[in-house]
Write a protein that binds this ligand. Structure first.
Ligand code: FE2
Length: 201
């Protein structure tokens, strides 16, 4: 298995016209659950409603007019595990302090807990399920952008491209005790979990 030795150039650097940004995610749910699902994203992402009406709404947490929208479709079927399609959406926090703050806030205030926590190497990632079992990753980058190439060349990722699981309570406590983010973001040695340990959705 080989990792790329160099970060590829951006589409723009290659002279191509590509999207300026990834804009939003739109989810569908039964009409009676729109409020519940929107509420979950408001709580988890510190988002606020930009527009909300019977059976439809969208929320944002920054200057984008909508980041997550939820549409109610009458007669829509319930989520079924194991179908092709999107596995998860991911949101990146500025630093580990913000990620751990969010972990503790949504656990303490809303009893929302991650299903699976793993240090992939490039990211420290916590996977949650929304009320419809869409999987949402909250993460922080472990490697500063200018060190990506160095990191992918050092063999750590190639030797284990899955990661090492972590206990968020322990990570949160170590951060609160004053351990540096830089050392806490380093992936510890260990055995990667089996792929089927990842929560199914
Ligand atoms: Fe991801």
């Amino acid at each position: 298995m080989n990792a790329v030795a160099k970060m590829p150039k951006t589409a723009k650097e290659r002279g191509k016209v590509a999207p300026a940004k990834l804009a939003h995610v739109v989810l569908r749910t039964p009409p009676e659950r729109v409020g519940l699902v929107l509420d979950w994203y408001k709580k988890v992402l510190e988002a606020e409603a930009m527009f909300e009406t019977e059976g439809f709404g969208f929320v944002s947490y920054d200057t984008e007019h909508h980041r997550v929208a939820v549409l109610g479709f009458p007669g829509i079927k319930e989520h079924v595990d194991g179908h092709a399609g999107m596995h998860h959406m991911a949101f990146t926090y500025e630093n580990l302090g913000d990620l751990m703050h969010t972990y503790n806030r949504i656990k303490d205030e809303h009893d929302i807990r991650p299903e699976f926590c793993i240090n992939h190497g490039p990211t420290t990632s916590m996977y949650y399920f929304d009320p419809d079992k869409n999987q949402v990753e909250l993460q922080v980058d472990n490697i500063p952008e200018e060190k990506f190439e160095e990191y992918f060349a050092n063999g750590e990722f190639t030797s284990n491209p899955i990661g090492i699981k972590f206990d968020p309570e322990e990570l949160s406590a170590r951060l609160a005790a004053g351990e540096s983010e830089e050392s806490l973001l380093q992936r510890p040695d260990g055995i990667p979990p089996d792929l089927n340990e990842f929560p199914a959705n």
